[in-house]
Ligand binder design. Sequence first.
Ligand SMILES: [Cu+2]
Length: 359
Amino acid sequence: MLSTTRRRTLQWLGLGGVASLAGCATKSPTAAQSLDETEEPTQQGSTNLVDQVAADPTDIPGPIDRSESAEVDVTLRPEEVTAEVEDGVTFTYTTYNGQVPGPLVRVRQGDTVNVTFENPEENTMPHNVDFHAVAGPGGGAEATMTNPGETAHLRFKATYPGAYIYHCAVPNMDMHISAGMFGLILVEPPEGMPEVDHEIYLGQHELYTDKDAGEEGQHAFDYEAMRNEEPTYVLMNGEKYAWTPNGRGPAATVGLDETVRVYFVDGGPNLSSSFHPIGSVWETLYPEGSLTTEPQTHIQTRQVPPGSTTIATMSSPVPGDFKLVDHSLSRVVRKGCMAVVRAEGAEDPEIFDPDPDPQ
Ligand SMILES: [Cu+2]
């Protein structure tokens, strides 16, 4: 996706300047709303245009090498931004820190985490965060419930290890998550994670819009489609084929036999992912992101439910592009769900020969 094309498209859509799409009045839900309230606010177009919501899969904190607990400060900003899902198609996302999935938070079991939750004034909706790594009511959802312009603080101790989802949990939480509000928090065990050559971060979720996939223009959120669980797009990192050679480039480019560890979160809000590396297998896989269970080995496809994660490794002895997909393949072919790990190096016909000599 070329940024010049992108800019031209945004101008064509009338989104390049200060013109506001936010004319449709939205009743601003308040922090006092109850969970069973079913009011469905019209999602407003945001003038906050950005070139990219797709989180860079390699932009994650490195392994923790501390042998003692520490205090870790984390700032999450729920940002409502408009960006392209694919060329010519824009959508107003709700995000953590402007990216989908939200930033990978990495701490060590026993650490104390100080969360600052800043809901920017220019937002139109209340937001919060529920961390599945939090031992406490709502995973911190009520403690971080904020209207635009408000800041909240949450302090928690990471008492158990594992890879956990975090997500928005306001009354219309399915809409907020679908529009991008989910991410992964990794709580490393005291002994740390096994060493690998590369780590990447991917998040799958569904987008429900009022137009067909690929139809140009601004897509509004479609509650009816969400109620029927019929997404327009199923995405990895928030954009169609974001981290593939046809998008922004491979999620990672690695050498032969180098191990790639994938931190994978399924935001949903509704669909399980059948997570599979085409041309390979998951050599070690921690089901549901559990780090207190022995990993499984040589797994072809692993179901990852919405609201869960997996940690899985792969490598390749031969070069090529390895597509990481949801093996519910219509989501790949028709709805945009794919990332690519590229392995570079010399061919090895002993292992893989696409054109063998006749015997
Ligand atoms: Cu939200």
